[in-house]
Design a protein around this ligand. Structure first.
Ligand code: HAM
Length: 423
């Protein structure tokens, strides 16, 4: 074997597809119920969209982007996430002048140069939703509800919700000053990365996975104590709406999220069954991003979930129907002439919505019957020279071996009748 998929990039094989389809179908069914329309942005953007949108100091931008120069000498980046692209599209197409509230969802691959492990890959897939144009706390609550609802509809009961508010930039500035004052004398206890973060992005120290760093910040200041009255009342209202929706959550004052655009509400939905990579969904409000991209100040909120992690969990549940390639009809032909007629008949069946196949491997009749059996054909039809001469097709009951003849002209309707009566 000479070629392998690049490290951290995986094929999604046919046998895994039922899980992917289950997720995609649930997303496509649920999003419109909440008023979200699909948007598809390109898989790559000019690098500055993410550098500016997500933040130069974040791990995503500083360490994890797939950035390259295209043949025109432009710096391009494979999207590491979709929120910045969606906001770029919102402004580019002037949606602010067309609708008061843009509510969009998406599904698609994202790319981050991370160390691959279970549930973490370099190409991964997200589904997500973004609502641009409202600062209503009820929208935050609905967004969280939508994220949770999608998971529970897929049969995941054991999901937890972590919630926090990181306030507005002013609140955060005050808090970061306090955090730096608290951490500087304890700097030596922090891991190497966090010692760097203390200079570049101190908030990231709060969600470092290193145990010592965690115990250091444990006793440190909490951002929720630094919220201004507007951010505090927004947070109170989000919580009140969540209670209305009967959504239980845990307050996590250390939850800050890894992307710079967040303001006020942030949340993560996780499953304890996932181990270290436990966040299934992450999201929050980003009231400053549209302005950062040159638009009028426009509040927004959204989330994204990782499909690979979700599929890992679904594989453990028995809720997804795995029968995929089961055939309705297999048509065995015996030579070139019968195959020609057979091809037309199979085509007729497919046009009527019947899953039908014909031999492409030059198998003997016995071999073809074996193939039909392997793919669970409900009806196997045989078209030999004798049948052609009499303008008939033989239908074989795969269980009993009983055979009957029907006329070629009635073949499709008889087959469909038989399939319908079998239910
Ligand atoms: P994020 O937390 O970076 O947020 O990613 C959201 C989800 O994508 C994670 O919870 C996880 O399930 C999945 N994910 C992220 N990285 C990987 C990876 N390397 N391998 C597998 N799955 C991964 C965002 O991307 C924000 N854009 C979410 C958002 C939308 N906030 C507001 N609107």
């Amino acid at each position: 074997m000479k070629y392998y998929a690049p490290k951290g990039l995986y094929d999604i094989k046919p046998e895994e597809m039922p899980y992917w389809h289950a997720v995609e179908e649930e997303v496509r069914a649920t999003m419109p119920l909440h008023g979200y329309e699909e948007i598809r942005t390109p898989i790559m953007e000019k690098t500055e969209v993410f550098a500016r949108g997500v933040g130069e100091e974040t791990d995503v931008v500083s360490k994890e982007m797939y950035t390259f120069e295209d043949k025109g000498g432009r710096s391009m980046t494979l999207r590491p996430e979709n929120t910045a692209s969606v906001v770029r599209a919102y402004l580019e197409h002037k949606f602010y002048g067309k609708e008061e509230l843009s509510k969009w969802y998406y599904l698609g691959p994202m790319f981050r140069y991370e160390s691959p492990q279970k549930g973490r890959s370099r190409q991964f897939h997200q589904y997500g939703a973004e609502a641009i144009g409202s600062d209503d706390p009820a929208l935050d609550a609905e967004m969280i509800n939508l994220a949770v609802d999608l998971l529970t509809s897929l049969g995941l009961d054991e999901v937890g919700l972590n919630l926090n508010s990181i306030g507005c930039p002013d609140d955060r500035e005050d808090y970061i000053d306090e955090l730096i004052d608290f951490l500087t004398p304890r700097k030596d206890q922090l891991c190497h990365d966090c010692q760097e973060r203390l200079k570049t992005n101190p908030l990231r120290i709060l969600d470092c996975k290193n145990h010592t760093c965690q115990s250091v910040v444990e006793d440190g200041p909490e951002i929720t104590d630094y919220l201004c009255s507007e951010c505090q009342s927004h947070f109170d209202e989000v919580r009140a709406y969540l209670s209305e929706l009967n959504l239980s959550y845990e307050l996590d004052p250390k939850l800050v999220r890894g992307l710079d655009y967040y303001t006020k509400t942030v949340f993560e939905v996780y499953s304890s069954d996932l181990g270290a990579q436990d966040a299934l969904v992450g999201g929050g409000r980003y009231d400053g991003l549209v302005k950062l991209f040159g638009g009028d100040p426009t509040p927004a909120v959204g989330f994204a979930g990782g499909i690979e992690r979700l599929v890992l969990l679904l594989e453990e549940l028995d809720s997804v129907d795995l029968e995929t390639r089961d055939l309705d009809v297999y048509l065995a032909s015996l030579d070139r002439e019968t195959k020609k007629r057979g091809l037309a008949l199979v085509n007729e069946l497919r046009e009527a919505g019947v899953k039908a196949e014909i031999d492409h491997l030059d198998k003997s009749l016995q071999g073809q019957l074996g193939y039909a059996d392997r793919y669970g054909a409900e009806i196997t039809a045989i078209l030999g020279p004798q049948e052609i001469a009499e303008e008939e097709v033989t239908l074989r009951d795969m269980e009993t071996g009983d055979q009957t003849r029907v006329s070629i002209t009635e073949f499709s309707s008889r087959v469909i009748e038989q399939l319908n009566s079998a239910g």
